[in-house]
Design a binder for this molecule. Structure first.
Ligand code: AMP
Length: 214
């Protein structure tokens, strides 16, 4: 059992690398952001509660998030391991996650990217409305403009990838999420990756780190 935690600012590549890790090692990727966006799309009670915070770039309440995580990691497909993308987002969530007492090795991977690069990436990010595939109009554009290579779905800009919200998300990251770097460093389970290169090159570094834990 390997619990992999992807850490890093929004736009650092956690989603993209998480998908690649999932494909190679067969662990499910659990993205709290994806789960929340799906709930917003379907107008469920959870979605209604989360939407206001998400639109502002703020964090959704810990209780809601912890409920989602507890349910998700208890499923059968998580028995051999899982990848957490976007969780934990603050110390409280990390502590509550530890309290779940899930047996197995734990590894946090930090994706390091400079602020200017983050802003550039988020403003040119597009996602598939249908399958959630992630594109960057500059670095990894789709073959046909506005259309997903994988499923033909429509590519859209996330509501929270607009410039006003990007700024807030970055400051929320620095205030609330960045302290987790020390938290996992202190536990001796943090691996750092320079996340500014090519996707494949970054993935190689990620695999080197995972290889040391398997
Ligand atoms: P993400 O896709 O990870 O960037 O998440 C998008 C938005 O969902 C965030 O800006 C938060 O509003 C919310 N969110 C996602 N994961 C969490 C979490 N672990 N704790 C609190 N809010 C979250």
């Amino acid at each position: 059992m390997l619990k992999i935690i992807l850490l890093g600012a929004p736009g650092a590549g956690k989603g993209t690398q998480g998908n690649l890790i999932s494909k190679k090692y067969g662990f499910p990727k659990i993205s709290t952001g994806d789960i929340l966006r799906e709930a917003v799309k379907n107008r469920t009670p959870l979605g209604m509660k989360a939407k206001e915070k998400m639109d502002k770039g703020e964090l959704v309440d810990d209780e809601i998030i912890l409920g989602i995580i507890k349910e998700r990691v208890s499923r059968e497909d998580c028995k051999k391991g899982f990848i957490l993308d976007g969780f934990p987002r603050n110390i409280k969530q990390a502590e509550e996650f530890e309290k779940l007492g899930i047996e197995g090795k734990e590894l946090a991977i930090l994706f390091e990217v400079k602020d200017e690069e983050i802003i550039r990436r988020l403003s040119s990010r597009r996602v598939c409305k249908n399958c959630g595939a992630i594109y960057n109009l500059v670095v990894s554009p789709p073959k046909k403009e506005g259309v997903c290579d994988k499923c033909g779905g429509e590519l859209i800009q996330r509501d929270d990838d607009r410039p006003e919200v990007i700024k807030r998300r970055l400051s929320v990251y620095k205030e609330q999420t960045e302290p987790l770097v020390k938290f996992y460093e202190n536990r001796g389970i943090l691996g750092k990756v320079n996340a500014e290169g090519e996707i494949e090159q970054i993935f190689n570094s990620v695999c080197d780190i995972i290889g040391q834990y398997l």
